[in-house]
Design a protein around this ligand. Structure first.
Ligand code: BGC
Length: 437
């Protein structure tokens, strides 16, 4: 078997899912604070006001990561903790909080990686239309300038937007995530604005060579239900939506217009010079993949003309998320991305498996073993894979699913919020003590 001990292992977390302290020390509200106020938006009627209380217990989480042998601690910054109104006055207590995290990581020898946006837009900006309003691009640029001013001296690796397609698709098209907007107009404007904002953010942050600035993209393997032409085309449309729309503009290929008729609607929001501006050479791609979807043609579905065939109908095992767990997608996407540019560093910046409260954690160990097998299979293919960031450390607030799915390798006591290593964490600790450089 091929050796993959050079790969760097770390973990990913996100502010809205972990921090809690939603109204402490001058933080402004985010769209998730508003969205969770309507309890029916969240499956178990919970909210993220306390979450895992990472705000107060961050040292424990960082210590546990070090104990397991992880080398990267990726966390996201809550925009409204830094700029309570989304722009304007800076909340010094917010800066102090992230200073503490960064400094503590460096002190105990784990590399801090920052995600600048993991879905928690300041509510004040949403009041002006959120990602639907082009002005948000300037607000994002200003926010990135603030982050650069305060943190770039210590943070060398940056991920700008986490999974644009998921946060805009779920939040501005399907309405199942904050801010709960629906429809093609909301989607088309918002997707263009967030992608352009990301390109501008890249230009703000990029400066010194040692500062690495990338993005994290959601990737879902799409397969056609049959070999019929109409199903094959339906699969191409969904693939273009899920796996190309938020990637190809940056490499100068533009939006996938030919395969995805929806692009015509997006183009209404494209102004002169935008596509040129969007060509940025990220220092790395963060690939995040969990599942696979099978697609068939459906003339009655507007814009997409396709439906997904539910995994339960396909008779494949599903996780508590209702997803088919599909580690083979990792190999598929790493190979696919290296055809864009074989030199470009790639990170598997999220992968993981959700279990229910009752399920045995050994299932997750089996999943991570499969992840390792995938890595081994590609290790001699000349793919520039740098490392793996797990989703996630501690069981946390899983967006509209509340606290039901457990993605953590560490459990959280509901009452005391105490953390306890699960079997996966113990197994990983043992694996990394033998397999990391
Ligand atoms: C997101 C996480 C989320 C995970 C599982 C990823 O796409 O970045 O925030 O918890 O998927 O749904």
């Amino acid at each position: 078997m091929n050796n993959i001990d050079h790969l760097i292992w770390g973990v990913t977390t996100a502010a809205a899912q972990t921090e809690g302290a939603f109204d402490k020390d001058g933080r402004g509200l985010s769209i998730w604070d508003s969205f969770t106020k309507k309890s029916k938006n969240i499956k178990d009627r919970t909210n993220n006001q306390v979450a895992t209380n990472f705000y107060e217990r961050y040292k424990e989480d960082i210590d546990l990561s070090v104990e397991i042998g992880l080398k990267i601690f990726r966390f996201s910054i809550s925009w409204s903790r830094i700029l309570p109104n989304g722009s304007g006055v800076i909340n010094k207590k917010g800066i102090a909080f992230y200073d503490k995290i960064i400094d503590y990581c460096l002190e105990v020898g784990i590399e801090p990686w920052v995600t600048t946006y993991h879905w928690d837009l300041p509510q004040r900006l949403q009041d002006k239309g959120g990602w639907r309003n082009r002005e948000v691009i300037t607000d994002y640029e200003n926010y990135i300038n603030v982050l650069k001013f305060y943190f770039v001296d210590r943070v060398k690796n940056w991920i700008l937007i986490n999974e644009a397609i998921v946060c805009i698709g779920a939040g501005y098209f399907l309405g199942i995530h904050a801010p709960g907007k629906r429809g093609v107009k909301n989607f088309s404007a918002s997707i263009h604005h967030i992608l352009l904002a990301q390109a501008k953010g890249y230009r703000v942050l990029k400066g010194k060579k040692e500062i690495k600035v990338g993005t994290a993209v959601s990737c879902t393997k799409i397969e056609s239900h049959s070999n019929k032409k109409k199903d094959l085309n339906a699969a191409k449309r969904i693939d273009a939506l899920m796996n190309r729309l938020c990637i190809e503009p940056y490499i100068g290929l533009g939006y996938p217009e030919k395969e995805l008729p929806l692009v015509k609607r997006i183009k209404k929001y494209v102004q002169q010079g935008d596509m040129e501006e969007m060509k940025v050479d990220f220092d790395f791609w963060g690939i995040q993949t969990y599942t696979r979807e099978v697609v068939k043609s459906a003339w009655y579905i507007p814009y997409l003309g396709s439906v997904l065939i539910k995994p339960s109908k396909r008779k494949v095992p599903v996780s508590v998320m209702g997803w088919e767990t599909y580690p083979d997608g990792i190999q598929y996407f790493l190979e696919r991305f290296s055809t864009y540019d074989s030199e470009k560093p790639l990170w598997l910046s999220e992968c993981g498996m959700a279990l229910s409260e009752k399920e045995d954690d050994t299932k997750r160990i089996e999943y991570y073993k499969k992840v390792i097998e995938c890595m081994k299979k590609i290790s001699d293919k000349g793919i520039n894979l740098q490392g793996i960031l797990l989703w996630t450390l501690v069981d946390n607030f899983e967006w509209a699913e509340g606290f039901i799915p457990k993605f953590g390798i560490i459990s959280l006591d509901k009452i005391t919020l105490n953390r306890k290593m699960k079997k996966t964490a113990c197994w990983l600790k043992d694996y990394l003590s033998n397999h990391s450089v």
